[in-house]
Design a protein around this ligand. Structure first.
Ligand SMILES: [Zn+2]
Length: 103
């Protein structure tokens, strides 16, 4: 089974993500969403005895990953002078945070 998914923005392939566990930009998270969730499951499986993770926790972890990713993207965009993109990412980060506040 070959999986040729590629992030439309930075060109990171799903193969690269599998190998390194790293996403190239915030879009990767969207492009490889299923794979990211699988990876999260694998990581948690190693550290926890319980097999099943409540969906809420998994979602939270995904959100955390995405926020971290957005922050990195913002920093990079600022460094490279791409302020429009930084602004867009900041807006997305804000959206993520709003979800988090609802305990
Ligand atoms: Zn990407």
């Amino acid at each position: 089974m070959s999986d040729l998914r590629v992030c439309p923005r930075c060109g990171t392939t799903i193969e690269e993500f599998r190998r390194t566990g790293l996403l190239g930009c915030a879009e990767c998270y969207t492009a490889f969403r299923e794979e990211v969730l699988l990876t999260v499951r694998r990581v948690q499986g190693k550290t926890r005895h319980a097999g099943a993770i409540p969906v809420a926790k998994e979602e939270r972890y995904s959100l955390m990953l995405e926020r971290q990713h957005l922050k990195e993207g913002i920093e990079r965009a600022m460094r490279e002078g791409r302020y429009d993109e930084a602004k867009k990412l900041q807006q997305r980060l804000k959206d993520c945070r709003q979800g988090e506040d609802e305990e």
